[in-house]
Design a protein around this ligand. Structure first.
Ligand code: NIG
Ligand code: FE
Length: 434
């Protein structure tokens, strides 16, 4: 997996287009600026150890003075991109759910499947039975899969545990993944993903009424999970599924306010299946991102205008569940930024392929290739607090990039949807071979 230790320096030369190359690094891009994608034609890129150290035009290439430990890649007719940043995933799970996929083909809705104990509760049942080692092993495979598809930084949520024990287990799995995977990983606590039907070892829980279960479970989140998560430093963010039948806007605010007092930064699953107040709740607690947005309305867009919150769209989940399109064009045209993430999970987006997410955003939501690439790099880096180190080609940033096959332009990437245009993946300065 690692570059030969003799080679500490890497030079990529004759690059047809060096994409998202920033002289003056930005933390995010918004509104009309999203149409601008800074690129250098006929370029070179220099990497030392795990960092980008320099880049420029071949015409101005200073030449190589010291060949020791230098590996050179010729990228003639190929493009170099910063790795995708995937700011929203649920890649720790115990089992796939293709039976529910078939049930939906046969006419059931996502909510109907959830009501009869499928959906998130189905994943929770399986996850509780799985060992930490099994979960680490299967999640590592998925991480390797998305790494070869160009992802270089990724956020991973808990939320299939739904008990103190199982949520902590999930977060410990994510902590292990941070140590084992070369990808940059952020961890999010999503205890409030659903209300559990039962909690093993918690006497009397199963026989409570629905509203009492939720009350009790929120108490567990606030009084037991959050303190332990903070004590073991298991999460960077806290997320809530704000939706009818899940958590109300008020409950979302209460949980996220408690999370903030433990140093966790808020995120929200907002307006996915209905307009439920998740965007406004997120903005009111200073969420770093609000994600999904299929049912966002004009008031939500106004609320976002007065915030630092990143509106994040998840084209895979919208496509897979065939929900309405999120109004990405309207959000950008209001002067706001947009980020793209995959939502990789077994229920609503069983793919973490960011190339396809970018294609969907262009084809379905009429985002331009420049806007979609900005959304899946610098803005999605922002949505997980990584835009100072990831999400663009800039001096001092992490050397996470990919080299395409011979393709005609960066627009070819979203255009040739579902094709694999990536030839070489470089993570932390190491060339990762298939
Ligand atoms: O982001 N919306 C809630 N959570 C996930 C789906 C989880 C599941 O179905 O397992 C989502 O779409
Ligand atoms: Fe999600």
């Amino acid at each position: 997996m690692k570059r030969d230790d003799l080679f500490m320096k890497l030079l990529i030369k004759n690059i047809k287009t060096l994409v998202q190359a920033e002289e003056n690094p930005r933390l995010k891009v918004a509104g009309a600026d999203m149409k601008v994608l800074p690129c250098i034609e006929n370029a070179w890129l220099a990497i030392e150890e795990d960092k980008i150290v320099d880049f420029g035009k071949m015409d101005d290439f200073p030449g190589i003075t010291d060949w020791s430990g230098l590996q050179v890649i010729d990228a003639t007719d190929k493009l170099v991109f910063p790795s995708w940043c995937d700011s929203h995933t649920h890649i720790v799970f115990a089992a796939s759910r293709e039976q529910e996929f078939v049930d939906r083909i046969n006419g059931l809705t996502y909510q109907q499947i959830a009501h009869r104990g499928g959906g998130i509760l189905n994943s929770a049942k399986k996850l509780r039975e799985a060992s930490e080692d099994e979960l680490v092993e299967s999640a590592l495979k998925r991480l390797n899969e998305v790494m070869m598809q160009g992802t270089g930084a990724i956020e991973i949520k808990s939320g299939y545990g739904l008990s103190v024990e199982a949520e902590l287990k999930m977060l410990r799995v994510i902590k292990k993944l941070k140590a084992l995977s070369p990808l940059t990983i952020k961890a999010t606590f999503l205890g409030a993903h659903a209300v559990p039907a039962d909690i093993p070892n918690l006497q009397g829980f199963k026989s409570l009424e629905g509203f009492q279960k939720k009350e009790k479970y929120i108490q567990l989140i606030i009084n037991e999970m959050l303190p332990q998560i903070a004590a073991e430093n298991l999460a960077d963010y806290c997320d809530v599924f704000c939706e009818h039948g899940y958590y109300t806007a008020e409950e979302t605010i209460n949980i996220l306010t408690a999370a903030k007092s433990y140093g966790l930064i808020p995120k929200v699953h907002a307006e996915q299946l209905s307009n439920s107040g998740g965007v406004k709740a997120g903005v009111s607690v200073g969420a770093i991102s609000v994600d999904h947005l299929e049912y966002v309305n004009d008031e939500d867009i106004i609320a976002l205008k007065n915030s630092q919150t990143m509106p994040t769209i998840l084209p895979g989940a919208q496509f897979f569940l065939q929900e309405p399109f999120p109004p990405a064009r309207k959000i950008i045209d209001a002067g706001l930024p947009v980020a793209i993430a995959s939502d990789y999970n077994p229920g609503s987006s069983p793919s973490g392929n960011m190339n396809f997410m970018v294609s969907l955003a262009c084809i379905q939501y009429k985002m331009t290739p420049e806007e979609a690439i900005n959304a899946a790099t610098i803005n999605s880096a922002y949505a997980m607090g990584l835009s100072q180190t990831h999400g663009s080609i800039a001096i001092g940033k992490q050397a996470n990039v990919f080299i395409t096959k011979e393709i005609s332009s960066y627009a070819f990437l979203p255009y040739s949807f579902a094709s694999n245009n990536i030839e070489t993946v470089i993570i932390n300065g190491n060339i990762i071979h298939h």
